[in-house]
Ligand binder design. Structure first.
Ligand SMILES: Nc1ncnc2c1ncn2[C@@H]1O[C@H](COP(=O)(O)OP(=O)(O)OP(=O)(O)O)[C@@H](O)[C@H]1O
Ligand SMILES: [Mg+2]
Length: 563
């Protein structure tokens, strides 16, 4: 039962506001219905949620909560499109703290199923039900709301056919329950499917009890093989459980990442986690349940209709922050409570930044250290086309830039599972042998997975349209001319993905980067920082790309002639 009984009123969004909301397909399958209904219950401050599903959620999904309920007069609005109680003006979009905000979910579900909603608010002695025919009548109902959805896609047979088996839809429902249970520890959740109990999760009100929920959802073995992490810098807090590198899995099923209690799929952040693990593990997918908390005005949740994707202001700084903390923690193998990573990070102010698009760009990180005593120091000058001079506290550092770039790209390709692709400014068409063109054609999908959108154009012509963004600046003509014969030499039509990847990594050579360029001091410093962070994870790289000369040594070169 809620103690705070402020019941927000539902209103239509103004046209100017509704136009700014990421619109599109909301309901794809039963799991999307369940997610939306539970999110509504959570936004209504429910303490307990009861779920009943039948037939993989296609026949029935019923969600009952003990949240604040809905005023009788607002019931038609609850089912109307573009009507919500969660935001009223455009400024609200800059700091959304509820899971819903589009005023779209119930209307969408209602459009593709038979939906009814029963509700009761605490100041009334009975509740109200809006039925599938939109009639409203009094009923008896405890304080809170029950939404019942039956016959999903009854009016869209094509969509219904597209659904998987009941079993597989059921597994997706279970995943949604697990995702929510891991972010709302204090809410008790009980769920049945076809009459069988799936979860009975008591509310875990105190943080000391959170571990119990972790065990309930992720299992004892994850908990035993995980490290608790907690780090707060400025307004940013990262906490959660990280499976040890040895506990990595063959599939990425035990990976949960939340930003402000919203489960998200964020490529930049998951890359940060992977990067940290990569330095220590032999492969496989890392396991984790991680929570990132930051001011709501730093997170734009209005990015995708499913609300699973967010946009972070300073996404790459946060990426570095996460990768840094986790790398260090895993090396120590213990709690990071005392640990501080990137002391300069605390200097980043969250107040005067607008949410910026971190899209799919893979920039050279621009996190500058406050002082220039990092491993490679501060960049000074590019000399003799290929050499970058830098200065650190002990002296001079000379970096062979093409070598260093080859090293970085190799490490990143190695670390990255799903690669971020970037279109080339001009697609590159290349004449190759017919065998090579055939090979490209039959391995197109695998190449795409590794980040290369390469396809056959004609009998002996191929075209490269996109490449991993981390390879920007590379000479792709040389790259493909070296790479394709290697594929063909293997004498197999279908190479496996791992082999293709390793051939690609071995083709990344300094020659590909013989015209290095940096557009700003910040970019050059960022390059050095990034180089240092990879180098520290792999202290004896095969590529030797730098030399240092201490000031003392330089001093010894210069002497006054003795008479
Ligand atoms: N379980 C519930 N308890 C209380 N109010 C609810 C509940 N479910 C829905 N509502 C009310 O109905 C409105 C419409 O819900 P709906 O899910 O369609 O939109 P939303 O949650 O505002 O935004 P979104 O489309 O992003 O989910 C909500 O804003 C809320 O006021
Ligand atoms: Mg909603």
């Amino acid at each position: 039962m809620v103690i705070d009984v402020i019941i927000p009123r539902i209103q239509y969004l103004s046209p100017s506001l509704s136009i700014r909301i990421a619109a599109g397909e909301v309901i794809e399958r039963p799991a999307s219905v369940l997610k939306e209904l539970i999110e509504n219950a959570l936004d209504a401050k429910a303490q307990h949620i009861y779920v009943d599903c039948e037939g993989g959620g296609i026949d029935l999904i019923r969600v009952r909560d003990d949240g604040c309920g809905i005023y009788q007069e607002d019931l038609p609005l609850a089912l109307a499109s573009k009507a919500t109680s969660k935001i009223t003006q455009e400024e609200d979009l800059l700091g959304i703290s509820t899971l819903g905000f589009r005023g779209e979910a119930l209307a969408s579900i209602d459009g593709v199923s038979h939906l009814s909603l029963s509700t009761c608010i605490s100041s009334e002695d009975h509740g109200w039900k809006i039925d599938t025919d939109k009639s409203i009548r009094p009923i008896s109902h405890p304080v809170g709301t029950t939404v019942e959805m039956r016959n999903l896609f009854y009016n869209l047979p094509a969509r219904r056919k597209f659904l998987r088996s009941e079993k597989s839809e059921f597994l997706r429902l279970k995943k949604v329950l697990a995702q929510i249970a891991l972010s709302y520890f204090q809410v008790g959740i009980k769920a049945h499917h076809d009459g069988k109990l799936i979860y009975n999760l008591p509310s875990r009100k105190h943080s000391t009890e959170y571990e119990k929920r972790i065990i309930e959802i992720c299992g004892q073995s994850f908990f035993k093989n995980s490290i608790y992490i907690e780090e707060k810098i400025g307004e940013l807090r990262l906490w959660g459980w990280l499976g040890t590198p040895e506990f990595s899995r063959k599939q990425n099923t035990l990976q949960y990442f939340y930003i402000n209690q919203r489960m998200v799929q964020d490529r930049v952040l998951s890359h940060g986690v992977r990067q940290a693990y990569h330095a220590l593990s032999q492969g496989g997918y890392p396991t984790y349940v991680l929570y990132l908390e930051l001011p709501t005005n730093q997170v734009d949740v209005n990015v995708h209709p499913t609300k699973n994707e967010v946009r972070l202001a300073q996404g790459w700084q946060i990426h570095n922050f996460i990768a840094g903390i986790i790398t260090d923690l895993l090396k120590q193998g213990k709690s990071s409570k005392q640990f501080k990573y990137f002391s300069s990070f605390s200097k980043i102010s969250f107040t005067d930044h607008k949410v910026a698009d971190n899209g799919s760009v893979y920039p050279i990180q621009s996190l500058q250290s406050e002082n220039n005593n990092s491993l490679f120091g501060q960049a000074k000058e590019i000399i003799l086309k290929h050499y970058l001079l830098a200065e650190n506290t002990t002296g001079l550092v000379i970096i062979h830039v093409p070598m260093a770039l080859a090293y970085l790209v190799q490490r990143k390709l190695y670390a990255q599972g799903d690669t971020i692709r970037k279109p080339l400014l001009f697609p590159l068409a290349l004449k190759v042998s017919v065998i090579q063109a055939e090979w490209v054609e039959s391995n197109k999908d695998k190449l795409l997975q590794i980040g290369f959108d390469l396809s056959r154009l004609g009998n002996d012509l191929i075209i490269l349209r996109q490449a991993p963004d981390i390879m920007k600046g590379a000479d792709f003509t040389i790259f493909l001319a070296t790479l394709l014969p290697k594929f063909i030499n293997k004498n197999q039509k279908d190479l496996n993905l791992a082999l293709i990847q390793s051939l690609i990594i071995n083709t990344i050579t300094p020659e590909l980067f013989s015209n290095p360029s940096f557009s700003s001091q910040q970019e050059t410093d960022g390059f050095l920082q990034e180089l240092a962070s990879y180098f520290q994870q792999n202290l004896s790289p095969k590529i030797k790309f730098w030399r240092k000369i201490s000031k003392r040594e330089m001093d010894s070169w210069f002497t006054l002639a003795q008479d």
